[in-house]
Design a protein around this ligand. Structure first.
Ligand SMILES: NC(=O)c1ccc[n+]([C@@H]2O[C@H](COP(=O)([O-])OP(=O)(O)OC[C@H]3O[C@@H](n4cnc5c(N)ncnc54)[C@H](O)[C@@H]3O)[C@@H](O)[C@H]2O)c1
Length: 666
């Protein structure tokens, strides 16, 4: 059956043949199953409610096996046979262009080229899913194929509840993922609810259909390294990172982006990776320039690169602790340092202890998990000691949101003084005050025609807009403009597009607005051959309340509140978003963050223009206003500028209190 016919059927009329697991593709790790007998029955009953009674006997056994074997009912049998990728928008059977755009984005998030474990519907981050099972995918595509612009599809954690009457300018889809009662938001609650098929972890952009492949993470990492150099090494516009030595670890999923990103910034990047396969993969892919097994050879290559001020990424196959201790013994002090081992998951292999090979570490983990835990703690103490020594010698270190400082402190390492960590987190010191407070965040777009030529035109338009705006922009944000001008002029050369024809750049409110309006004009005049989806990562100025990441530089005590994320979600919905999403979890984990985002289709119309003007400004300014109210200087500056541009915007401004006023309180 051809693709378009399959889509409009939804749940098949005939029970498809059972499918064996495809061994040519990477599969998700088995999930720990923590269900009682009654809960298992409920999980199977929940899965069967999608199907006619006559299939129940056969499917009940199959689903029970899936639950026992994989810890989750994926309904592999219902995975479609057609190829999964973002097709040009006109190939989707639909009554609504917006619905077709959403189908394009969903398929991109499940494309094997893009997704981490496509057959388990996981896009990235190990467990960030688009749907909980294949029948939810089928049913959602079915609804999207038949919906009109006077209906809204309601999504509960991957489950399409159905189409509800609405109106033309309301969102076509409203998505919630993992929204639970706060007291039931533990890891165990998640594992149970997910196994029972009633909730899912949508990460930030998987369950909101806005993931665009590795480009986003490379750009974000490049921005972080550049701004770290500015903050800690007094870099300015004239100087670049030539000759700067950055040491870090991890060549895995996200961490692998460090190699590519550092070279884009002009730095010398040395990355320790204990898994030889991960290092080899990044090398073969072209993201890591060279691999070393011998520390003396590596050290010679570093001096050579320093002398030549060469932009290069050098992988060390071994443990980060060995690398840092070697640097200390040889008197090598990197300028910048960080760590991207998976310490959000320290006891299940996210961090490999020093003193053993990767294989030995894995063996110990399965034969004696308690001993493994002790080794991880010992290693973390040595690791932190080496970081402290290098930092005393002059290296600037930051925590990359991977819980390095948290786990090192729990292991008993000396990383806390006066109740605060000795080193900042990347959002606290870099992304927050230098980007988010001014409204800069990961704005992105997707050309729905699927044509490379359209993407090239949008790059050109975005470049022109940024160049124009940079001429008169305030000094405070000049460098951010310059970085993004450089990025967008070289974006095609970096060849990071995988899946849909998408682009990302960091832009502020006015930048996002102007770029979007120019795109809309180009669609209207026919310069662009099809509509465009606008969106953003949830890891942004607005949309995400996450006390140890996105809102880590909010210091008025409101870092544990989530009003901002909810307001973004609701506010976007009545200002013209095509779809909106609100998630529990994402990046730092279930229960640790609430994040919201949107997708907006623009088609060249006057209505699209009005939607851009209304929604984009709100979506950015909501976050700036919150940061400004928390007394963040950059945000106070940015919100005042926004008010000067728009006389309908009136924000409550915080007053600063002189320190001595409170001296009477001892
Ligand atoms: N890149 C970002 O922008 C970003 C942002 C926020 C958080 N993070 C965090 O960074 C961490 C890494 O993410 P990922 O997707 O790359 O995970 P990953 O598990 O795919 O990669 C981590 C890599 O570290 C290696 N490793 C583990 N212990 C090591 C050791 N002692 N020495 C050398 N190498 C070691 C592993 O072999 C693995 O390849 C996560 O905790 C993630 O949440 C990244």
């Amino acid at each position: 059956m051809i693709f378009s016919e399959d889509i409009i059927i939804g749940i098949p009329n005939k029970l498809p043949e059972a499918k064996a697991l495809d061994s040519n593709i990477d599969h998700a790790p088995i999930r720990p199953i923590k269900l009682s007998l009654n809960e298992k029955k409920l999980a199977i009953e929940n899965a069967l409610r999608y199907f006619p009674k006559e299939w129940h006997r056969e499917l009940a056994r199959e689903f029970s096996e899936e639950l026992e074997k994989y810890g989750h009912i994926y309904m592999y049998r219902f995975r479609p046979d057609y190829e999964m990728y973002a097709r040009p928008i006109e190939e989707y059977p639909t009554k609504s262009v917006s619905a077709a755009a959403i189908m394009h984005m969903i398929q991109n998030n499940l494309d094997p080229e893009v997704a981490q474990y496509p057959h388990e519907l996981v896009t990235y981050g190990g467990n960030g899913t688009v749907f909980q099972n294949w029948i939810q995918y089928r049913l959602t595509m079915f609804y999207l194929s038949k919906m009109t612009d006077e209906q809204t599809l309601v999504m509960y954690s991957g489950h399409p509840m159905g189409l509800f009457p609405s109106h033309k300018n309301s969102p076509r889809v409203v998505v919630t993922n993992g929204m639970v009662i706060p007291n039931y938001s533990s890891q165990l609650d998640y594992e149970k609810m997910n196994a029972m098929g009633v909730s899912q972890f949508g990460q930030m952009t998987a369950g909101s259909y806005m993931y665009i492949g590795p480009q986003g993470i490379v750009h974000g990492t490049a921005i972080t390294i550049m701004n770290a150099a500015r903050k800690y090494l007094n870099m300015n516009e004239e100087k670049n990172l030539g000759g700067i030595l950055f040491v870090t670890s991890g060549l895995g999923g996200m961490s692998g982006a460090q190699a590519k990103a550092a070279v884009i910034t002009g730095a010398i990047c040395v990355i320790a990776e204990c898994n030889p396969f991960a290092a080899k993969k990044r090398h073969q892919q072209g993201w890591l320039n060279e691999i070393y097994h011998n520390l003396d050879e590596l050290s010679e290559r570093i001096s050579d690169a320093k002398n030549k001020r060469e932009a290069v990424s050098l992988g060390y196959v071994g443990n980060i602790v060995d690398l840092l201790e070697y640097f200390i013994s040889k008197g090598i002090t990197p300028d910048l340092g960080s760590d991207q081992t998976s310490l959000h998951n320290p006891w299940l292999g996210g961090y490999m202890p020093v003193g053993m090979t990767y294989e030995h570490g894995l063996e110990l983990l399965s034969s004696d998990p308690e001993k493994f835990k002790i080794e991880v703690k010992k290693s973390l103490k040595r690791h932190a000691k080496a970081v402290n020594t290098l930092s005393n010698n002059g290296m600037f270190f930051w925590d990359y949101g991977n819980a390095f400082l948290l786990e090192a402190s729990r292991a008993g390492a000396k990383v806390i003084e006066n109740d605060t960590f000795l080193f900042p987190s990347y959002v606290e010191d870099i992304m927050g005050p230098m980007c988010f407070d001014y409204g800069f965040g990961p704005f992105r777009w997707v050309c729905l025609s699927g044509k490379k030529s359209d993407l090239e035109i949008t790059d050109k338009i975005a470049l022109e807009v940024l160049e124009k705006l940079s001429k008169n922009c305030p000094e405070e944000i000049k460098l951010q403009y310059m970085d993004n001008i450089k990025w967008i002029s070289e974006a095609e050369k970096h060849d990071l597009v995988v899946g849909s024809k998408a682009r990302i750049l960091y832009a502020d409110e006015i930048g996002r607005l102007q770029i979007a309006l120019e795109f809309n004009k180009a669609i209207r005049t026919g310069e662009l051959s099809g509509p465009i989806v606008l969106g953003r990562d949830h890891h942004d100025v607005s949309g995400t309340d996450s006390p140890y990441r996105e809102t880590a530089n909010i210091k008025d005590g409101s870092m544990f509140t989530a009003d901002m994320a909810v307001h973004n979600f609701v506010g976007d919905s009545f200002r013209g978003a095509t779809w909106v999403s609100l998630h529990n979890g994402g990046g730092v984990g279930w229960g640790e963050v609430i994040n919201g985002g949107f997708g907006m289709i623009i088609d060249g119309s006057e209505r699209a223009k009005a939607n851009i003007e209304s929604m984009i400004s709100w979506d950015v300014n909501n976050g700036i206003a919150r940061r400004s109210w928390a007394r963040n200087a950059g945000a106070k500056f940015a919100i005042k500028k926004a008010m000067e541009r728009n006389n309908k915007l009136e924000i409550t401004i915080s007053n600063l209190v002189d320190e001595n006023i409170l001296d009477f309180l001892i």
